[in-house]
Structure formats: structure tokens, C-alpha cells
Design a protein around this ligand. Structure first.
Ligand code: UDP
Length: 474
């Protein structure tokens, strides 16, 4: 069943609190223009999951601001079986330039993909009025471009992935997707290098992702709030603040953390005094959680004794379109179990609960505040919100120079780039330097915060969306 996701309205004025006057003025003018141009038409977004992953994260906040600005924003999540999601995951990996699970992508897979797409289209098309605008996200939705166009909607297809490389794999994935997406009115990519050469440039837009500083995931937390959340969740052995577990006093985010006993897979909480280096991302092969584990475990002697590594990701059972997650988590467990006792005690695996979006976001936020250094050693990355989020929190991020990460981090200024993700020695060296020099770490963290404020907040994204609608409605 196609599910409609509920969207709350968020006032643009809240975002404007953080922006310089010129950006406030542009945002307000754009909102007035959008209401007039759309004239009651709805903006539909369709993707494959309502939570977990960067796309869901961005839609949650941008659609809320759209509603707050008086635009009728809607969100649908499509349905599929494990075979469908295995095929789309394969396409996802191939667009990143990797061979994925090595499984086939032939006529049988195409037939199955089209059958699931038709079933979704049969439910989605009647909801959308002709002349509405539909944004379809990622390979899971490519099969809906034609049915929605035929029904009279204006359709833009948004690709959040890409590698900037042309390989046998990327070509095979595009050959599969090309006939499906070609009827779209417009195509959106996060970076110019992700655009396939055969797309007509006039119909292509480049829109980088963004984060919302007032979302539950990114709102500023005081140290006692961080301590309360992590202690309550059983993640860190910290003294909590007398039961003050609800957040949201700054307006915008509310919610609580429930007591959890097993987020660390049966292992003890991190000690209160541990200095934490963390990678928090999906359990996806391309995020290279196993590489981070090995890179840190093999060079623990380079790091101060009180440094602990935390690898955190979603409870993999909660993410419907991520079939390889459990295998990656298991690989991390196996690697960890094979370590000598002293190393094992300084390496932690954490599965964050996914059944309550707000609670999950609180915990991600608290962990990103709590970590002294954040790592994102991806082998490929579309953009990397897991880099943007800790940068906004003033954390120095050590990350691979892949995908959209170099658009965010200026090496040595607003973070540290790893030019060869396979070089595990470079990872531990960068970490050792930052842990040894808290002053430099703080300077980099402050520059990281400014970088996100200047380029990666939602106002820029919303303005670009309206420019896109202007284009497709011409
Ligand atoms: N995320 C989360 N819980 C987790 C792991 C990740 O909420 O356990 C979020 C993370 O905070 C970020 C998004 O998922 O907002 C991941 O987006 P990113 O662009 O880094 O990568 P993607 O997962 O889309 O490849």
C-alpha cells in the first residue's frame, strides 16, 4: 500500500532567526511568489521510506516549512517486496560506481520492478490531480514517472546518488533507468558531476541537500540534556540530570527518550569519561563501518587511552529498503569479537531504535553532540548529511573525500578529508592529531559550523525548489 506521511507545519520565521537580512528577504519574497505561482496546486513527494536515511530526513523538514509557508505539500511512501528493494539497492550501489551485491539486472528483474511500480502507480496516480507537481526521489520511484506524466502531473525526478565516475556499473544502471525517467519534466542532482551526459541540460537542476537547525536532530542541546538522553538510553554511563528527559524548550522539537537496555547489543555502556570518536550512519557497505572499526582497532595505540570508538546505526530491522544492513552489522560484530579484550572494551556497536522517529532523532542529536570527533569514512557518498549534522554542532569531522563530502569540508579548515578511503593509517593519524590538539579541533569545529550556516541550511534549498517549480510549470 502507498502510505501518505503526515506533515506538520513549521513557520519560516523560525528559520529566519538564524539568517542574515538578505537571506530573510529572499525567503519571504520566494514564499509569496510560490503561493501565487502554484495557485492551490499541491507539491507531492514520493520516496521509499518515511524514516531512516537522508532523503526522509530532508523531506520531513522541508515539507513542513512548505506547509508553514502556505504551500500544499504532500508526501507519499511507496511499497515494495524484498525483491523490489534488492533490485533498487543494486541500482543504488551501481550508481555509486560499485558492483553492489553482484546480483543480476536482467529482464526478470526489470519485469518485477515494473510490476511493483505499476501497483504503486495504481494507488498514487488517483491521489494526484492533473497540474499538481510531483517530485520523485531515487531509483525506487523511476517507474512512476510515465504514469504520473500521463495523468497530467508535472514530474521532476530527483537523484540523491552518484559517484561522478563513468564505469561499467554506472552505465548499466543508467541504461536500466534511462527509459523510465526520460519522460520527466526536470531532473535534479546534488552535484554537476552526477548528471549523466545524455540528459538535456535545460531540464537539469543542481540542488545540494540541507539540514534544519531546529529539527529534533539538530537543535542545540545543553550538556545536561545530552547526558540525560544518553544515560536514559543506556548508552553512556553518565550521571543524568534528575530525570529531565524531555527536550524542546526552544520551540520546535519535543519528545522523550525511553529507557533502553540493549542498544549496545548486550554490551556495557560507554564509561562516563570516555572521549568518543563516532561514525553514525546506515549499516551500508559503502559507509565502510568495518573499515572504520579495523582502522581504529589496529591503531588504538596511537590514540589516548580514554578514546573509545562508537559505531552507531539504525536498528536494521526497522529500515525496509536496506536489505544488506544486518549482514554489515554482523560483520562488525564478528570483527569486534575477534579483538583482544583490551581493544574490544574500547569499541562499541550501537543499534538505534527506529520505531519512534522523534526519539531516534534525539538520540542521534545527543550522540553527535557527545562525540568529540566524528568520522564518515564512506567509500562512496551522495552528499553525506551525517557530515553536515555534526559540522553544524561544531564537531571536527574526519571524512573521505568522496561524493558531496568535499563540497562540505574544506580540508584542514572546516574538517579533515581522507583522500584515500582505503588508507586506514591516514584515518588513525588524523584522529591522533585532533585528539592531541583540542584547540585545533575546536577551531575546525567552529569553521565547520559556519560553513553549514553559509551553504547548507533549508532556506537555500526551499528557494531552489521554487525556482524548479517555476521551470517545470512554464
Ligand atoms: N540516521 C539516523 N539514524 C541512524 C543512522 C542515520 O537518523 O541510525 C540519519 C542521519 O542522521 C542522516 C541520515 O540518516 O540524517 C543519513 O543521510 P546521509 O546523507 O548521510 O546518507 P544516506 O543514508 O542517505 O546514504
Amino acid at each position: 500500500m502507498v502510505q501518505e506521511v503526515r506533515i506538520h507545519a513549521a513557520p519560516l520565521e523560525r528559520l529566519e532567526l538564524l539568517l542574515p537580512p538578505a537571506r530573510v528577504e529572499l525567503l519571504e519574497k520566494t514564499a509569496v511568489h510560490a503561493r501565487a505561482m502554484l495557485d492551490g496546486r499541491a507539491i507531492w513527494n514520493l520516496n521509499s521510506t518515511a524514516q531512516g536515511g537522508g532523503v526522509a530526513e530532508m523531506l520531513t523538514v522541508l515539507l513542513a516549512y512548505g506547509r508553514g509557508a502556505g504551500v500544499d505539500t504532500r508526501w507519499l511512501v511507496l511499497d515494495g517486496d524484498p525483491e523490489f528493494f534488492a533490485i533498487t539497492k543494486r541500482l543504488h550501489n551501481m550508481l555509486h560506481g560499485s558492483s553492489g551485491d553482484g546480483g543480476p539486472l536482467g529482464p526478470d528483474q526489470l519485469a518485477h520492478y515494473l510490476q511493483v511500480s505499476r501497483a504503486n502507480a495504481a494507488e498514487a496516480v488517483p491521489m494526484v490531480r492533473s497540474r499538481d507537481v510531483v517530485l520523485l526521489h531515487d531509483p525506487q520511484t523511476a517507474g512512476l514517472v510515465a504514469p504520473l506524466r500521463e495523468a497530467g502531473a508535472h514530474v521532476a525526478w530527483r537523484c540523491h546518488i552518484g559517484s561522478g565516475m563513468v564505469t561499467e556499473e554506472t552505465e548499466a544502471a543508467w541504461a536500466y533507468l534511462r527509459p523510465l525517467i526520460e519522460p520527466a519534466d526536470a531532473f535534479i542532482f546534488s552535484r554537476p558531476s552526477y548528471v549523466p551526459a545524455w540528459l538535456p541540460p535545460a531540464r537539469v537542476r543542481i540542488i545540494a541537500p540541507s539540514i534544519d537547525p531546529f529539527s529534533t536532530k539538530n537543535v542545540h542541546l545543553e550538556p545536561f540534556e545530552v547526558a540525560a538522553a544518553l544515560q536514559q538510553a543506556g548508552l553512556v554511563d553518565l550521571p543524568a540530570d534528575g530525570g529531565s528527559l524531555a527536550f524542546g524548550r526552544r520551540g520546535g522539537s519535543t519528545g522523550t527518550v525511553r529507557p533502553h537496555r540493549d542498544l549496545l547489543l548486550g554490551e556495557a555502556p560507554l564509561p562516563a569519561g570516555a572521549r568518543v570518536v563516532m561514525q553514525l550512519s546506515r549499516w551500508d557497505r559503502l559507509k565502510d563501518m568495518t573499515g572504520v572499526l579495523t582502522g581504529v582497532a589496529d591503531h588504538l595505540d596511537r590514540l589516548p587511552d580514554d578514546v573509545h570508538l562508537l559505531l552507531a546505526g539504525p536498528d536494521v530491522l526497522g529500515v525496509a529498503d536496506d536489505p544488506e544492513g544486518a549482514a554489515i552489522l554482523q560483520a562488525c560484530r564478528t570483527l569486534r569479537e575477534a579483538l583482544p579484550e583490551a581493544s574490544r572494551q574500547r569499541i562499541h556497536l550501537c543499534c538505534l531504535p527506529m520505531d519512534d522517529v522523534d526519539e531516534n532523532a534525539h538520540l542521534v542529536n545527543a550522540l553527535q553532540h557527545h562525540a568529540e570527533i566524528v568520522v564518515q569514512k564512506s567509500l562512496a557518498e551522495g552528499f553525506g548529511l551525517t557530515v553536515t549534522e555534526p559540522m553544524w554542532k561544531g564537531r571536527p569531522v574526519v571524512a573521505s573525500a568522496v561524493g558531496g563530502i568535499p563540497d562540505q569540508i574544506e580540508d584542514g579548515v572546516s574538517g579533515i578529508l581522507l583522500h584515500d578511503p582505503a588508507d586506514l593509517g591516514a584515518l588513525s593519524e588524523a584522529l591522533a592529531k585532533l585528539f592531541a590538539d583540542p584547540e585545533q579541533a575546536a577551531t575546525i569545529g567552529a569553521a565547520a559550523h559556519e560553513r553549514v550556516r553559509d551553504y547548507f541550511l533549508g532556506d537555500r534549498h526551499l528557494v531552489q525548489w521554487v525556482q524548479l517549480f517555476d521551470g517545470v510549470l512554464e
